[in-house]
Ligand binder design. Structure first.
Ligand code: M7G
Length: 199
């Protein structure tokens, strides 16, 4: 976490589907499963079970919502929750297709309703988005108050859940397999030696 905010060299990377297939995907597939242990502990209920805001137990379309580490749990203006999906086969935005629309819409509908009920913050006060690249390759959605502004929502990293749903539903079901996705890469990132200064 500290590494992320340290001064480091940064480059803009445009990841074509070919670069994803040849470089990024093999890297993701080779990541040690142990990096996701904290996620599995939350899904199994062995950690943070007392902090769960709302959970849906459906194996395909279910998820667990809890306060993100980045939130103090008190100041609603900086409300920050993380939605972790139950299924373990979606590594990132790149894997999403029309078969996941029920999951994505389920998250949008139920999380908005639960946040209103639990915190009194309405759906029109929330920003729901996913990161590409994320730090952890198990699909999750960030939920923040629109008044909260942080590096995590900069263009080139944050993809709005509304737009993700719309792109898949109305543009192409394989939108995220065909798109070139651009992001900033830092020299401390594990992908740096693989993706920086290519071409
Ligand atoms: P990300 O987009 O993969 O990476 O989001 P980022 O950290 O660069 O934004 C993962 C999110 O999960 C971040 O918002 C983290 O703060 C949050 N997070 C990470 N861990 C290890 C935990 C945890 O153990 N518990 C909770 N509640 N949140 C975590």
């Amino acid at each position: 976490h500290i590494d992320k905010y340290r001064k480091q060299s940064r480059v803009w990377v445009r990841e074509t589907p070919q670069v994803y297939a040849e470089i990024t995907k093999p890297y993701i597939d080779g990541e040690p499963v142990a990096r996701l242990q904290w996620v599995y502990n939350i899904l199994d209920g062995t950690s943070e079970s007392d902090r769960v805001v709302v959970a849906d137990d459906d194996e395909e379309n279910g998820f667990v919502v809890l306060p993100d580490f980045k939130w103090d749990g008190v100041a609603l203006d900086s409300l920050y929750l993380v939605v972790i999906v139950r299924r373990r086969d979606i590594r990132s935005l790149r894997d999403l297709g029309s078969q996941h629309l029920p999951l994505l819409k389920n998250i949008r509908d139920k999380v908005e309703a639960a946040v209103e009920k639990t915190y009194g913050v309405g759906a029109d006060q929330l920003r729901l988005y996913v990161h590409y690249q994320p730090s952890y390759y198990h699909f999750h959605v960030h939920v923040t108050n629109i008044n909260f502004e942080g590096k995590g929502m900069l263009a080139g990293r944050a993809h709005l859940l509304d737009s993700v749903i719309d792109n898949i539903e109305n543009i192409a079901s394989d939108y995220y397999q065909k798109a070139s996705l651009s992001f900033v890469l830092g020299s401390d990132d594990a992908l740096w030696p693989l993706l920086a200064n290519k071409e």
